[in-house]
Design a protein around this ligand. Structure first.
Ligand code: NAD
Length: 427
């Protein structure tokens, strides 16, 4: 069947700019790979979306009402998997777009999951711990019919963490009458979490950097790296790369950046960060701002903070040879095309930051089998899976002259398409 643009797409409440961008990416690859029109149309929209009202008794005794979402984009390969974020900008379109990206990411990594995402529109930093706990528990109870270890397995995302997952696990378990650790991943090790989960995304980014360096044929003994964002992902990636002899020349956080062309002492910087709460002011480094960080002279740039950082208006200032996207959506579509044409190797987000969901999968498997792995075993398996996915993406990109982002997407989409073809349409 010939692929064409779907004709009468249903109008949906989720059609926000981020969702439309996710659809445009799918449309581009669907056209390139000749995806049958009817399947293309099914994949442009989420399978199911739930919007819930979450009333919470605040510390002052008054009840405040929040809006929450849980979206399943596709579940052809297995239970829906995806994070839950707490943020004032959460809306149905954002959640649906991120759920779609989770579908492609899980399929690309060969994980037996569909794509999901959830969130609550709130300002968690203005809420006490008790308020956050009541918010999490009531939200869990509102979406409980979607959840379950073989149905939908949440994980942490922006402004949610191991504690949030523990509350979700406890609320779900109490409602079903027995303890079900595998209903969430990213939970504390003491209640069934996996060793290595906390570091998994940053570690995965570092594996991708090393694979990309070898693929690009960089000969340097100590390739230089600049990292934007020094939180969970950025700081762990920097630590790993430093330990492997890379020269981390610049890092930044929300307060600003620091630069030393001889390489920063990352273990000392981590100690400084835990004392001062910021990277700025670190001795033996020059202060730079976040725009200067992106334009740093370096071999590899790792954006690991926010979305939409590398855009049409600043992409020509980049001086790196490789971009490894720790953050979700740090590069605009126009900038992505520019980088490809300039010969910069981009490791796209659905590949580069997939270490977290991969070790989430390990956590789920360990919970279901009640057999727990050593940290070394977790890290070795993660390296194998990340390495294989990198090789598949780089090879397809080279053979088909596709942007690496499109190659990654094509591998993910074709896996889903094949699963759907084999399963057929009910009834
Ligand atoms: P985090 O909150 O631990 O760290 C974010 C870092 O970015 C902090 O150092 C913060 O100061 C910095 N930052 C914020 N605004 C900035 C700005 N304007 N300029 C420069 N730095 C800024 O978050 P994280 O978990 O490390 O996540 C970082 C990115 O990676 C996000 O885009 C997230 O969606 C993505 N991601 C994270 C994971 C994970 O497992 N943590 C998995 C997949 C994707």
């Amino acid at each position: 069947m010939v692929a064409t643009m779907p004709s009468a797409a249903p109008l949906m409440e989720c059609e926000t700019p981020l969702f439309v961008m996710a659809q445009r990416q799918l449309d581009e690859i669907a056209k390139e790979m000749g995806l049958p029109t009817q399947l293309h149309e099914r994949l442009r929209y989420p399978k199911r979306s739930l919007t819930v009202t979450v009333p919470v008794r605040m510390d002052d005794g008054l009840v405040q009402t929040f809006t929450g979402y849980r979206v399943h984009h596709d579940v052809a390969l297995g239970p829906a998997k995806g994070g839950i974020r707490f943020h004032p900008e959460v809306n149905l379109g954002e959640v649906a777009a991120l759920a779609m990206l989770m579908t492609w990411k899980c399929a690309l990594m060969g994980l037996p999951y569909g794509g999901a995402k959830g969130g609550i529109r709130c300002k968690p930093w203005k809420m006490s711990l008790g308020e956050q706990e009541r918010l999490t528990r009531r939200y869990t109870s509102e979406i409980i019919n979607l959840l379950g270890p073989d149905k939908d397995i949440p994980a942490p995302d922006m402004y949610t963490n191991e504690q949030t997952m523990a509350w979700i696990m406890d609320t779900y378990s109490i409602n079903v009458g027995h303890t079900v650790p595998s209903v969430v991943t990213g939970k504390p090790v003491a209640i069934g979490g996996s060793l290595g989960r906390h570091e998994a995304t940053g570690r995965g980014v570092a594996y991708c950097v090393r694979r990309a360096v070898s693929h690009a044929g960089l000969k340097s003994e100590a390739p230089s790296v600049a990292v934007q964002g020094f939180g969970n992902v950025g700081s762990i990636a920097a630590k790993q790369l430093h330990a492997h002899g890379y020269k981390v020349v610049a890092v930044s956080d929300v307060h600003g950046g620091i630069y030393n062309p001889q390489g920063l002492d990352i273990p000392r910087l981590l100690a400084y960060l835990s004392e001062m709460g910021r990277v700025t002011g670190f001795p033996q480094a020059t202060a730079i701002n976040n725009q200067e960080l992106l334009a740093t002279e370096c071999d590899i740039l790792v954006p690991a903070a926010l979305g939409n950082q590398i855009r049409e208006d600043n992409v020509d200032s980049l001086k790196c040879k490789i971009v490894v996207e720790g953050a979700n959506g740090p590069t605009s579509p126009e900038a992505d095309i520019y980088l490809h044409e300039k010969g910069v190797l981009v490791v796209p987000d659905i590949l580069a930051n997939a270490g977290g969901v991969t070790v989430s999968y390990f956590e789920w498997v360990q919970g279901l089998t009640q057999l727990f792995w050593s940290e070394e075993e977790v890290n070795d398996r993660l390296e194998q899976i990340m390495g294989r996915a990198c090789d598949r993406v780089f090879t397809l990109s080279k053979e088909s002259n596709l942007r690496t982002r499109m190659a990654a997407l094509r591998l993910g989409v074709s896996t889903i398409a094949e699963a759907k073809r084999l399963r057929g349409l009910y009834p």
